[in-house]
Design a protein around this ligand. Structure first.
Ligand SMILES: Nc1ncnc2c1ncn2[C@@H]1O[C@H](COP(=O)(O)OP(=O)(O)OP(=O)(O)O)[C@@H](O)[C@H]1O
Ligand SMILES: [Mg+2]
Length: 227
């Protein structure tokens, strides 16, 4: 099976009764292994909600979600955590690096849950840091890095456990356009190595980096095109 993400008639409702917000309404799409997809829409359109559901951080109110072959609706929290750890690498706008750890330690962290010993974790972390041109900053702390360097370290962390899917929510949102372009080049490289990349953004120029573009508006998919 080559479909790594399947959403079928997925709805997400936050709150209840008169306060209810329909963040996703009857959303259906699937993503195949190795695709590079952007999910684009204005603020409040449901992008992060969609990303949280794809990333097994949240479950839908209704509908079917299958991530890397697992139905998340039926899964317990610890099973979702295992799925996230094995199959998904996350990249966020604000990096989410641990400030008390060096770049190397941050990138080694996800490998701890994969049964790697310390030496193997170190070796793999150095390898992915080299791929994002961060070999000369491995002993630095996040506070000692530029925004672009922080995001490259975060991409290395996302890639460390060789996930099936890399999910990025506004990864260039805090960067100037030049640095943002460099970071987008890294995602292109990640995708070329065979990883499925899903990029969430409100920025049309960023969305155009992906070969497949899904547009969401008010919780509804309004466009899904491949170039
Ligand atoms: N935890 C929550 N509780 C209640 N409502 C929520 C919650 N999270 C999101 N929403 C609502 O769901 C809708 C979609 O939110 P979402 O965060 O998915 O939008 P977004 O497209 O990511 O926006 P942005 O570009 O601003 O990040 C919004 O109307 C929002 O107010
Ligand atoms: Mg969002």
């Amino acid at each position: 099976m080559s479909e790594v993400v399947i959403l079928q008639n997925v709805s997400k409702i936050y709150g209840m009764k008169h306060e209810a917000v329909h963040a996703l309404r009857d959303v259906s799409f699937s993503i195949e292994h190795g695709e590079y997809v952007s999910i684009m829409g204005p603020s409040g359109s449901g992008k992060s909600t969609c990303m949280n559901i794809i990333g097994a951080l949240d479950r839908p109110s209704s509908g079917l979600v299958r991530i890397n072959g697992s139905d998340t609706a039926a899964m317990e929290e610890h099973e979702l955590a295992m799925l996230r750890g094995r199959a998904i690498g996350f990249v966020f706008q604000q990096y989410h690096l641990l400030t008390s750890m060096t770049v190397l330690e941050n990138v080694m962290l996800p490998l701890r849950y994969m049964g790697f010993d310390k030496q193997a974790r170190r070796k793999r972390a150095l390898e992915v840091l080299e791929q994002v041109s961060m070999s000369d900053r491995v002993r630095h702390y996040p506070a000692e890095l530029s925004g672009g360097q922080k995001q490259r370290a975060a991409i290395a962390r996302a890639m460390a456990a060789s996930p099936e899917i890399v999910l990025a929510d506004e990864p260039t949102g805090a960067l100037d356009s030049e640095t943002g372009a460099l970071v987008l080049k890294m995602f292109e490289q990640v995708n070329r190595s065979g990883t499925t990349v899903i990029l969430v953004t409100h920025d049309v120029a960023v969305a155009r980096e992906a070969r497949r573009r899904i547009k969401i508006y008010d919780g509804v998919i309004v466009e899904d095109t491949c170039v």
